[in-house]
Ligand binder design. Structure first.
Ligand SMILES: *Cc1c(COP(=O)(O)O)cnc(C)c1O
Length: 223
């Protein structure tokens, strides 16, 4: 399992998918999701020149990335997992992008943390396109209103939308729905697509894909 080779392969697939629909591959950023993988494997990707990474838990990201961010100033770290309100300040201090803004309480906590810290990570609003009960994200029919409150009332730096389609459904309709909601709200960035479906997501307009296993291999079991 060679991380450098995997990065090259995924990058090639991104280029092909983009070109197949007449898009410029430079519009698509690859977020390498390193959750549950040790720091040593992340360093292999950094040595290979990769700079954009994703984690799904604040504490694990602090442990693995604080030193790495000091050593690699261009490192851009994304939070892709759910965020508890009481971790909002820690998240604002560590992450450059938070992709999981999904409720008003969290929006308010992030606005307060940004004021306190003077940092302003870019935000994606997560949309629960499959309307799954157990899943995070605002419902599609609530998205326009929530985007308006976050941007206009709280002044948050919302740049786009994120979704995680239901595990056992065709992802394309979910990607298309997310794209439609973003477009009508004037949001440019779309975070959609993982190892199994990032090419489909790119064909439907993804500007950020979140890829874990196809880069780092199977994840070690949670401790
Ligand atoms: C783990 C994770 C990914 C990466 O998933 P892979 O299937 O390993 O590519 C992407 N997005 C989120 C939100 C994740 O939690």
């Amino acid at each position: 399992m060679d991380i450098r080779e995997n990065l090259e392969k995924v990058t090639g697939q991104i280029v092909q998918a983009a070109e197949s629909v007449g898009r410029d591959a430079a519009e698509v950023e690859l977020v390498a999701v390193s959750k549950r993988h040790p720091q040593a494997r992340i360093e292999v990707a950094l040595e290979a020149g990769h700079r954009i990474f994703g984690e799904n838990r604040v504490q694990e990201a602090q442990e693995k990335y604080e030193a790495l961010k000091a050593r690699y100033p261009a490192l851009e770290l994304h939070l892709v997992g759910p965020l508890q309100t009481n971790k909002a300040k820690d998240a604002v201090e560590l992450f450059d992008v938070i992709q999981s803004l999904d409720r008003l309480k969290l929006a308010e906590a992030l606005a307060k943390a940004m004021k306190q810290t003077g940092r302003a990570p870019k935000l994606f609003i997560e949309v629960n396109t499959g309307e799954e009960e157990q899943k995070a994200g605002v419902l599609p029919q609530e998205a326009d209103g929530f985007i308006r409150v976050c941007r206009d009332e709280l002044g948050l730096p919302v740049i786009g939308l994120m979704c995680i389609p239901p595990a056992h459904e065709e992802p394309a309709p979910h990607f298309a729905l997310l794209s439609k909601i973003a477009e009508r709200n004037g949001l440019r960035e779309l975070s959609m697509g993982m190892s199994g479906d990032f090419e489909t997501a790119i064909k439907l307009g993804a500007t950020y894909v979140r890829v874990g296993e196809a880069i780092f291999g199977p994840r070690p079991k949670a401790a």
